[in-house]
Design a protein around this ligand. Structure first.
Ligand code: ADP
Ligand code: ASP
Ligand code: MG
Length: 421
């Protein structure tokens, strides 16, 4: 069995759906499990609905209606016959959210977030399954919540590997034996049948979970880039494709923030030695990037990774005592509690500095608790630039228009917390 994953960019419009069909036709007759994300930027739009609902600003219904309209508009281009049962299925899924919005928010933000945001994948996959079937490509739609079991850490569901593997072996593997199976990325289900999400951009990870549990032969993630490049083309104009990478090098790249692959994707594939192909959905014939256990020709040219929206937090005790282990343990405890993701840290005699993702809804409550006990200094609007296999010239070019606030070097990697000017 092969696992294919198509992200939001590949199905953002009718042309995208037709393109996915044409790619799948090239593989007809093969055992394929298809993992699919929400259309385009739907997840962001649904996040807005949730925020608006919790802010009680009266816009939630309107925002949801916009999402609904977009889906039905696109559906009418794919399947003009509005008596097709997919219309009712979509309608029912959106009505579930209408019901949530009718009442005042009484459950936790993260729980409601998952119940609302997860419908993006439910509706996109219903649309794609209907479209493929109407186009003559026999496709079985499966609800991923029936076989990817997570705990109830909403917005960051942790996979229960044992149950998930059993369910995938019992349900998904047999289904894939005759024809295409289509399911949702990004979401899972709890033992009580609530929806969870696996973290933003988590559909790549879903593909890896399924591949691992099914013992798949390979995973292909179809992207809007020719493969993994040595830098994000949005930030660096002369990025070049890397033909081959090892699991190890890819884990490093994604850990530092190369968003082309979700960081949790690689480990399960590495454990079972399942190769990962990153290919362009705009040029399906091109070779893309192959990622496997072979470390022989890992890139020796510099690889650039830029993480925007960083905050540098410097903490010192109010009484000028030293920053000792006890204090650090306390600070790390607070970070874990508020799920603040830190990316780099440096300790000095009376201060401890670290750079973290500036996700306000987590960072603000964290900072509030932190300032009760410590003196806190902030630098906002920063970037974290990581250069793997760095050389002097690359570092010089990249720091020309950047003020460096914090720097860390190992033999292979340099990391710089910078402000652009
Ligand atoms: P998906 O459609 O699966 O959600 P993403 O948009 O998450 O795809 O990932 C593809 C994007 O990742 C590219 O458009 C590119 O801007 C970005 N990206 C970041 N780092 C890299 C890299 N090193 N190589 C290629 N693309 C990268
Ligand atoms: N739709 C989800 C997101 O945008 C998951 C994914 O696309 O991977 O975060
Ligand atoms: Mg994505």
């Amino acid at each position: 069995m092969k696992v294919f994953k198509f992200g939001g960019a590949s199905i953002k419009d009718a042309e995208g759906f037709r393109n996915v069909l044409s790619i799948l036709k090239k593989f007809s007759g093969q055992e394929i499990v298809l993992v699919v994300s929400a259309l385009g930027k739907t997840t962001n739009a649904l996040e807005e609905v949730v925020h608006s609902y919790f802010e009680r600003n009266g816009n939630a219904n309107q925002l949801l209606n916009e999402v609904r309209e977009k889906h039905f508009n696109l559906l009418s281009k794919l399947i003009p016959d509005s008596s097709h049962k997919v219309y009712e299925e979509l309608n029912n899924t959106f009505i579930e959210v209408d019901w949530i919005l009718e009442d005042e928010p009484s459950e936790s933000f993260d729980y409601i977030y998952d119940q609302i945001v997860s419908i993006g994948e439910m509706v996109s996959t219903k649309m794609l399954a209907a479209f493929l079937n109407e186009s003559g490509m026999k496709t079985k739609w499966r609800d991923v919540r029936d076989f990817i079991r997570t705990d109830n850490t909403y917005r960051e569901g942790k996979v229960d590997w044992e149950i998930t593997e059993k369910k995938i072996q019992a349900q998904l593997v047999p289904a894939s034996k005759n024809g295409l199976v289509l399911t949702q990325g990004f979401i899972g289900g709890t033992s009580e049948n609530f929806s969870t999400t696996l973290g933003r951009e988590g559909s790549d990870y879903t593909a890896a979970v399924i591949a691992y549990c099914a013992g798949a032969e390979s995973v292909t993630i179809w992207k809007d880039v020719p493969g993994v490049l040595n830098a994000d083309p949005r930030y660096f104009s002369d990025a070049k494709k890397i033909d081959h990478l090892s699991f190890k090098e890819t884990i490093e790249m994604t850990f530092y923030g190369a968003t082309v692959i979700h960081p949790k994707t690689i480990k399960p594939l590495q454990n079972k030695n399942i190769p990962l192909h990153v290919k362009s959905f705009l040029n399906a014939e091109a070779s893309g990037t192959v990622i496997d256990s072979d470390m022989n020709d890992d890139a020796r040219t510099p690889v650039l990774v830029l993480k925007p929206e960083q905050i540098l937090i410097s903490v010192s005790p109010k009484d000028f005592s030293f920053m000792a282990e006890e204090q650090l343990a306390k600070i790390f405890g607070m970070m874990a509690k508020h799920r603040v993701k830190f990316n780099m840290m440096q300790n000095a005699a009376i201060s401890f500095s670290f750079c973290a993702d500036d996700a306000k809804e987590r960072v603000n409550p964290f900072l509030e608790e932190l300032s009760n006990e410590y003196k806190v200094l902030l630098n906002e609007g920063l970037e974290l630039l990581t250069i793997r296999h760095y050389d002097e010239q690359t570092v010089q070019t990249q720091t020309q228009r950047r003020e460096i606030l914090l720097e860390q070097k190992t033999r292979n990697t340099i990391q710089l917390v910078v402000r652009r000017f």
